[in-house]
Design a protein around this ligand. Sequence first.
Ligand SMILES: *[C@@H]1O[C@H](CO)[C@@H](O)[C@H](O)[C@H]1NC(C)=O
Ligand SMILES: *[C@@H]1O[C@H](CO)[C@@H](O)[C@H](O)[C@H]1NC(C)=O
Ligand SMILES: *[C@@H]1O[C@H](CO)[C@@H](O)[C@H](O)[C@H]1NC(C)=O
Ligand SMILES: *[C@@H]1O[C@H](CO)[C@@H](O)[C@H](O)[C@H]1NC(C)=O
Ligand SMILES: *[C@@H]1O[C@H](CO)[C@@H](O)[C@H](O)[C@H]1NC(C)=O
Ligand SMILES: *[C@@H]1O[C@H](CO)[C@@H](O)[C@H](O)[C@H]1NC(C)=O
Ligand SMILES: *[C@@H]1O[C@H](CO)[C@@H](O)[C@H](O)[C@H]1NC(C)=O
Ligand SMILES: *[C@@H]1O[C@H](CO)[C@@H](O)[C@H](O)[C@H]1NC(C)=O
Ligand SMILES: *[C@@H]1O[C@H](CO)[C@@H](O)[C@H](O)[C@H]1NC(C)=O
Ligand SMILES: *[C@@H]1O[C@H](CO)[C@@H](O)[C@H](O)[C@H]1NC(C)=O
Length: 622
Amino acid sequence: MTPLSLLLIFSIFVLLPSPSVGDAIYGPSCNLSTTPTSIYPCKSYAFYRANSTDLCSVADLFNTNRISIANASNISDTSQSLYPNQPLLIPLECSCFNKNHSYALVNYQFISGNTFWIIAHSNYANLTTSEASVLANPTMIPVSISVGAWAKIPIFCQCPTTNLSRNYSAIISYSVQPGDTLASIAEGFGMDVSSLTEVNDGVQTDPAPFTVIYVPINSSLPIDLSSFEPENRSAPAPTAENTDSSDNNDGSDNDGAVIGLGIVVGVLGCLLICLVFVFCFFLRRKKKSAEDKQIPIVDNRKDNGDTSLNLHSTANYDGLLSGIDDCLDKYRVFHISDLRKATKDFDSKYLISGNVYKGWLDGRAFAIKMMKWNAGEELRILQKVNHTNLVKLEGFSINREDGGCYMVYEYVENGSLLECMKSPTTKLDWRRRVNIGIDVANGLQYIHEHTFPTVVHKDITSSNILLDNNFKAKIANFGLARSGCNAMTTNIVGTQGYVSPEYLVEGLVTTKMDVYAFGVLLLELISGREAVSEEGVLLSAEVDMVEFEGDDAVGIEKLRSWMDPRIRSEIDRLGMESVVMLIGIAKGCLQKDSGRRSGMTEVVYALSKVDDILSVASTAGN
Ligand SMILES: *[C@@H]1O[C@H](CO)[C@@H](O)[C@H](O)[C@H]1NC(C)=O
Ligand SMILES: *[C@@H]1O[C@H](CO)[C@@H](O)[C@H](O)[C@H]1NC(C)=O
Ligand SMILES: *[C@@H]1O[C@H](CO)[C@@H](O)[C@H](O)[C@H]1NC(C)=O
Ligand SMILES: *[C@@H]1O[C@H](CO)[C@@H](O)[C@H](O)[C@H]1NC(C)=O
Ligand SMILES: *[C@@H]1O[C@H](CO)[C@@H](O)[C@H](O)[C@H]1NC(C)=O
Ligand SMILES: *[C@@H]1O[C@H](CO)[C@@H](O)[C@H](O)[C@H]1NC(C)=O
Ligand SMILES: *[C@@H]1O[C@H](CO)[C@@H](O)[C@H](O)[C@H]1NC(C)=O
Ligand SMILES: *[C@@H]1O[C@H](CO)[C@@H](O)[C@H](O)[C@H]1NC(C)=O
Ligand SMILES: *[C@@H]1O[C@H](CO)[C@@H](O)[C@H](O)[C@H]1NC(C)=O
Ligand SMILES: *[C@@H]1O[C@H](CO)[C@@H](O)[C@H](O)[C@H]1NC(C)=O
């Protein structure tokens, strides 16, 4: 830690007024010794003006689901997009935090450029303060929060105490806007000023803009919010033709049919999906005992396709249900007949590999995967991740007749890295290979460091890395992936040649097993050979044979003859330095002791230095 940041931390604690209960910046106080404990937690609401057309992203922001927001806000059709500043009531669970402040804590993941101040003022529209956020996250250092860290954001709220003169049904937290008066706020919610005065510690004067005021309501939700409608909003609500909210893309590809379908499927669809997943799960459970005899490690030479599909999921019943949440409708729900049409009834001509078909929907190509087991865990993981180096899930479909599950992914033009390496026509030059390594490392770093709970892919292989038309690499096939850390499993799955020793021996699942597989991938990029040779020799075992010292001419010559002949002339031009560095990184990833193995952050950093050296070498060469 630098002296400057220490100084900043110091000044934050010294310059901030010391916290005292009741200080408005820390939110409403609650006192469990004077109120019956039965009051907390209670259901409360936050008044929030939509800052996105996507109800799901608002729901994500407040860790709730869009149906509850729609119920409370009188939105009958959740598939319609929101209009700017649409008034919403967000249901919250209000509790007495630290026995002195009543907050609804919501989890928020820091993105680049965030500070507690920005989050409080802009993301959460002043429904909290940065001071309260700092207080609620005592272990976080406000000046040095890393991107991807999770914070608990305390949304101010109140519960109706028994001491009030009337029985209120709930209390709404409202962030005062310039021009608001006590009377206008009360009127907007259909209440009288005296009820506001009573709940807000006897306040008589108009509250300051951007402070939070608590508005009790005495009727059940939804209430009439029409007085909060933005002034110039054109009367008719957006219609299904010109909106596309079931799709969290940029919304450029509108498709009436799919949206219409989404509307029909709507709420019932979600229920049905849950049921189908449960059904799939039980079906699999029945088959499972028979499958247990199956050879657990798949040899990828026999089945280059989607090898992991032969293996079964260890997802348990509870995990399955908890993951299938309401925000699945971020994805497009396709009808099975659309997928049949897109692939000419799953014609083998459209088979890409394994169980993956290429299909055309609305003039765009997609990769459609038939799931042999339930898609619950993969959906659960993919709905949380979003990164340019991970293949994007676009939608899914359930065949109601046989319960078959289908996943629809973005189509990645150049196919798998394995195919490209084997293909005589695709030229993967050295810089391109290094960049593929960097892309994969970035994707892995994202799932390891920036998801919570951490995701372990468990099946990093060259056939699960896809290359787009610019040879940007994307990690595919989260079929084996697990979230949560340091799990143990007795059911060893994976692809031969990539499995880390500790996983093979002890069944230990950690991010380090992906690092190991990534090391093998680097060896493939350098040597141009597969993870397991025709003779069954593991590439990872060869790395020990390639012994060399940085300035040992014999060792470097050995490495030069070991590497892919197709890149030799390029390397002769650029120099061996980058190859030596890359093999060093690979060795760091292939450490037998997982504790000594590099982490992905370290790997990304080291690879970017290789890239620097290459760009210097290639400009010097030109
Ligand atoms: C609230 O109580 C906790 C201990 O329960 C204390 O550490 C904290 O300082 C209190 N906060 C305020 C604002 O008094
Ligand atoms: C709660 O109320 C009790 C009794 O009135 C008082 O002694 C205590 O200081 C109060 N606690 C807080 C955090 O306000
Ligand atoms: C929405 O409201 C309906 C009927 O008013 C109710 O049955 C349903 O449980 C509510 N859903 C949620 C998620 O609150
Ligand atoms: C809307 O939210 C984004 C972040 O989600 C924020 O950057 C932006 O400032 C917000 N806009 C308003 C008007 O609050
Ligand atoms: C939050 O409050 C600040 C002033 O403290 C104001 O500039 C900003 O516009 C407010 N944000 C929203 C979304 O109302
Ligand atoms: C509620 O009322 C009781 C008796 O009327 C009183 O003793 C108590 O302090 C009050 N509690 C609060 C939080 O005002
Ligand atoms: C609140 O409701 C309860 C019964 O639901 C009733 O006994 C009580 O008198 C009511 N209190 C007020 C202040 O209306
Ligand atoms: C709710 O309160 C308002 C005034 O604050 C009153 O006019 C209305 O009758 C009350 N409604 C119910 C159901 O108590
Ligand atoms: C809810 O919306 C419907 C029309 O969509 C409207 O008729 C009804 O009055 C609204 N209810 C409230 C409480 O605003
Ligand atoms: C409403 O007014 C805002 C600025 O006050 C403007 O940016 C927006 O385009 C207007 N919307 C419509 C539908 O007129």
